[in-house]
Ligand binder design. Structure first.
Ligand SMILES: Nc1nc2c(ncn2[C@@H]2O[C@H](COP(=O)(O)OP(=O)(O)OP(=O)(O)O)[C@@H](O)[C@H]2O)c(=O)[nH]1
Ligand SMILES: [Mg+2]
Length: 278
C-alpha cells in the first residue's frame, strides 16, 4: 500500500529540526522495535548524520524478544550505536543513559583537552510519528513533561527538558517523508499506527495483520482469536472473528468493517501477541 501522508506541520518541523541541529550533541532516533528498518526515515537521517546518531528501538514490550536481539545485532554490525527500551515501564532506561553517555564521551574528552567546563549532553529526540518520542522523554525525566497520545501527530513544536544534571533532551514532532513507495512498508507503517488514519484503508491493513499472524503466530489465531483453524483464507478468518465478536449489521449480515477496526485496535494495544514485522 503506497502512502502519501505528509501534513503541512511536518514541513515546518523538518525545517526546525534542521535549524536546531547546531544546538545538539547527539540525535536519538527512535525506531519501532517491531519494524525498525521500515520506520527509518532517510530524509531525516540525512539531516541527523551531521551529529552522533544513537538509534533507540522503542516499544520492546510489544515486539518479539528474539527479533529485537537480531535487529540490535544487525544494526551494530552496520556500525551503528543502538539500544532498546520500553518507555512505558522504563525497562532499558539504564542502558539508554549509558548509551547516551558513551555517545557523548568523545566530546567530553575534547572539552577536557581544551580545559573547558563539561556541559550537559544535548540530545534531540527524533523519529516518525507515534513512535513514542514524548513518552521516551517523559520516561527519562521521570515525570510527564510532554503530551503523548495513541495517534500520530501529537507533538507539534519542539521542547527542551533537563533530564538529569548531565543530559538535556529536546522533543520534536514526528516526521514522515512525502511518499512511501514500497507496498509492504506502507502496510507495516499503517499497522503500527505511524501514519494518519486517512492515509490508508483499514480493511487492507487488517487483512495484512491476519496474513502476518498466519505466518508468524498461528497460535494467536486459534488461542486468542478462537478461530477453528488458521489455515483458511484471510476473508474466512475475518468472517469467523466477526461472528465470534457478534459484529452484525441490522439485516444479519457480518459487519466486518467493525471487526477490522477492533482487530487493529487490539493489535496496537498489545492485546494479541508480541510480534515483529521486519
Ligand atoms: N507499549 C508501549 N507503548 C508505548 C511505548 N512508548 C510509547 N508508547 C505509546 O505510543 C503512543 C504514542 O506515544 P507518543 O509518546 O505520543 O509518541 P510520539 O512519537 O511523541 O508521537 P508524535 O508526537 O505524534 O510524533 C502512546 O499511546 C504511548 O503510550 C512503549 O515503549 N511501549
Ligand atoms: Mg510527541
Amino acid at each position: 500500500m503506497a502512502i502519501n501522508w505528509y501534513p503541512g506541520h511536518m514541513v515546518k518541523a523538518k525545517r526546525e529540526i534542521e535549524e536546531n541541529m547546531k544546538l545538539v550533541d547527539i540525535v536519538a532516533m527512535l525506531l519501532d522495535a517491531r519494524a525498525p528498518f521500515s520506520c527509518r526515515n532517510s530524509d531525516l537521517e540525512k539531516i541527523c548524520r551531521r551529529k552522533q546518531l544513537l538509534f533507540v528501538l522503542n516499544k520492546i514490550d510489544l515486539a518479539s524478544p528474539d527479533a529485537t536481539q537480531y535487529y540490535l545485532s544487525r544494526l551494530r554490525k552496520e556500525g551503528e550505536m543502538v539500544t532498546s527500551i520500553d518507555s512505558t515501564s522504563g525497562k532499558g532506561l539504564t542502558e539508554v543513559i549509558q548509551a547516551i553517555k558513551a555517545a557523548y564521551q568523545p566530546q567530553v574528552e575534547e572539552m577536557l583537552r581544551k580545559g573547558r567546563r563539561i556541559r550537559p549532553a544535548r540530545v534531540m529526540v527524533v523519529g516518525v510519528p507515534n513512535i513514542g518520542k514524548s513518552t521516551f522523554l517523559n520516561c527519562l525525566v521521570g515525570k510527564k513533561m510532554a503530551q503523548t497520545g495513541a495517534k500520530p501527530g501529537i507533538t507539534r513544536g519542539k521542547q527542551w527538558v533537563r533530564v538529569r544534571e548531565d543530559i538535556e533532551l529536546m522533543d520534536t514532532p514526528g516526521l514522515m517523508w512525502p511518499k512511501v513507495e514500497a507496498e509492504e512498508q506502507g502496510l507495516k507503517l499503517a499497522l503500527l499506527n505511524i501514519v494518519g488514519e486517512n492515509a490508508y484503508n483499514e480493511e487492507e491493513v487488517a487483512m495484512y495483520l491476519l496474513k502476518t499472524l498466519q505466518e508468524k503466530s498461528p497460535e494467536t489465531l486459534t488461542e486468542k482469536l478462537k478461530v477453528s483453524s488458521p489455515d483458511q483464507s484471510t476473508e474466512e478468518l475475518l468472517g469467523e472473528i466477526a461472528l465470534r465478536r457478534g459484529h452484525l449489521l441490522k439485516a444479519g449480515a457480518l459487519d466486518t468493517g467493525k471487526t477490522c477496526t477492533s482487530l487493529l485496535h487490539d493489535f496496537r494495544k498489545g492485546k494479541l501477541c508480541r510480534i515483529s514485522l521486519d
